[in-house]
Design a protein around this ligand. Structure first.
Ligand code: SF4
Length: 224
C-alpha cells in the first residue's frame, strides 16, 4: 500500500528540484543500449557497468555481432560487470527475442507507439528483464511517463513513510508509478537518486542537512 498523498509528492519534487535542478527529458541512449546497460548494472555499480558496456561495444561494435557471438566471448567482454556467466546468455537471449519479434531486425523502435502498459508487458517477457529495467528503457529512451524504482528510490520512499516496510522493490515500482504524477516522473526519479547518493545514503543518512526532514518518518522517529 502507498501511504502518501499527491501534494506531498509535489512538495518533495519541488524541494529536490531546488537542490538538484529542474531536469528536462533528454534521450539517454538508444533503447537496446539502455536495455543491455541496465542488465549489466544488476548487482554492480555504475563504474563497473560502464566499463563492461564499453568493453562489449569495443569488442562487438554492433548488436548483430553480439547476437552472433558465442556466449563465452560475450561473457569475457562484460567481465567487469560481474556475474558475466549469467548476464551474457541473458543478453544474447534478449537480442534473439528482439530479432525474432522484428523479422530479424534488432530494433525496439516499435515500442514508441505502444501504450505504456503494453510496452511494459512486452519488455517484461524478455529474459532477465524486471519492472525496473523495463521502466528505465521506456523512460530514458522513449520519454514515456513511467517511474522506475531503483535501490535509492526504494530506500528513500520507505524512510519517508511512503511505502510499507514489507513492500518488495518490484511491487514498489507498480505502486509508486500510480501515485507519482506523469509530468514529474523523470525529474523526481533522477533527483531522488541524486539525493540517495549524496544525503539519504544507505548507512548514516545525513538527516540534519536534508531538505525533506520535516516530511520524513525516519527523521521524525530519530528526534523522539
Ligand atoms: S530526513 Fe534523513 S532519512 Fe529522511 S529523506 Fe532525509 S536523509 Fe533520508
Amino acid at each position: 500500500m502507498v501511504k502518501v498523498d499527491v501534494e506531498t509528492i509535489y512538495e518533495v519534487d519541488k524541494l529536490l528540484a531546488q537542490t538538484y535542478g529542474d531536469r528536462r527529458w533528454r534521450k539517454h541512449a538508444e533503447p537496446i543500449d539502455e536495455l543491455v546497460a541496465t542488465v549489466l548494472s544488476q548487482h554492480t555499480n555504475d563504474v563497473n557497468r560502464d566499463k563492461a558496456f564499453k568493453q562489449l561495444k569495443r569488442r562487438f561494435p554492433s548488436w548483430e555481432q553480439v547476437l552472433n557471438a558465442p556466449v563465452r566471448s560475450i561473457a569475457a567482454a562484460i567481465k567487469p560487470a560481474g556475474l558475466s556467466n549469467q548476464k551474457a546468455p541473458r543478453i544474447k537471449a534478449m537480442l534473439q527475442e528482439i530479432a525474432e519479434a522484428n523479422g530479424g531486425k534488432l530494433s525496439l523502435d516499435f515500442l514508441a507507439d505502444m501504450p505504456v502498459p503494453e510496452a511494459m508487458e512486452w519488455l517484461r517477457k524478455l529474459p532477465g528483464v524486471g519492472p525496473k529495467t523495463a521502466a528505465c528503457v521506456l523512460l530514458f529512451s522513449f520519454g514515456k511517463p513511467i517511474f522506475p524504482v531503483d535501490t535509492h528510490i526504494y530506500r528513500i520512499s520507505k524512510r519517508l513513510g511512503w511505502l510499507d516496510e514489507k513492500v518488495s522493490e518490484a511491487k514498489a515500482n507498480e505502486l509508486l508509478d500510480k501515485v507519482v504524477p506523469n509530468e514529474i516522473k523523470y525529474r523526481l526519479h533522477l533527483n531522488m537518486i541524486a539525493h540517495g547518493r549524496k544525503v539519504c545514503k544507505p548507512q548514516n543518512p545525513r538527516c540534519d542537512e536534508c531538505a525533506l526532514k520535516h516530511l520524513c518518518n525516519y527523521a521524525l522517529k530519530r528526534q523522539r
